[in-house]
Design a protein around this ligand. Structure first.
Ligand code: ZN
Length: 226
């Protein structure tokens, strides 16, 4: 089985719970769709685990912002605070690693990208079926399954030609009203994809965010999955 995870956002408790649940379900290969850091209190630990576990990793907008020196653009005040804090706590080695991640990776008929396959560096969101259809129409001919994250909400759209966009949801900051960590299980022989939700120690993740003096809203939202 292949485990596909995204939007960990420095939440170590959620990442460890997802890896354990996936490995219990037979995951032998992990793929990461980006946003390893930003928002949560343990970005460095999450980067080192992802480096060890995943050979396929693409860049997210928070990874890009945390690895730059320029003023973060297109971030709201809470996210901007988290970006600057994350830059400050990450080692140079982790920032260097994040700065070199590719925007997308194609493996056979699968495409992995953080936000959307068309112009991935623009960080556009795919929330609606019409946007999913538009994105599918721009996929390279050879791609059948496109895996994305970025919205923090699991989503699965199958086009009329059978091509699919699968949003795997967020490990470390779900926003679909379900506070459990989210990832996708892919059976590479059948091509079947399942969204999996995993309980984790939210209290511990919240306490670390507050202790780090990150915006309290980032701790609060984990409780509600919003
Ligand atoms: Zn994200």
């Amino acid at each position: 089985m292949v485990g596909i995870l995204s939007d960990i956002h420095g939440n170590l408790e959620a990442l460890q719970a997802v890896l354990k649940a996936g490995e219990e379900r037979g995951v032998r290969e992990w793929i990461c769709l980006g946003d390893i850091v930003g928002y949560g209190a343990q970005p460095e630990e999450c980067v080192s685990i992802i480096r060890e576990k995943c050979k396929t990793v693409v860049m997210g907008n928070h990874d890009e912002a945390a690895s730059k020196v320029a003023e973060p653009e297109d971030f709201n005040p809470v996210a901007r605070h988290a970006v600057l804090w994350t830059r400050y706590v990450l080692t140079d080695e982790a920032r260097e690693y994040l700065s070199k991640l590719p925007y997308s990776i194609q493996d056979g008929d699968r495409l992995y990208v953080h936000a959307s396959p068309h112009l991935p560096e623009d960080w556009n969101y795919i929330f609606t079926e019409s946007e999913a259809r538009r994105q599918l129409s721009k996929l390279p001919q050879t791609v059948r399954h496109c895996f994305v994250g970025h919205t923090h909400e699991p989503f699965h759209y199958i086009g009329s030609d059978g091509k699919e966009i699968i949003n795997v949801g967020s490990v470390g900051q779900p926003r679909d009203g379900d506070s459990r960590a989210s990832f996708a299980l892919l059976d590479p022989t059948t091509g079947k994809v399942e969204n999996v939700r995993v309980e984790y120690n939210i209290t511990s993740a919240r306490e670390k965010i507050l202790a780090a003096k990150l915006p309290p809203f980032l701790a609060e939202r984990l409780k509600h999955g919003q």
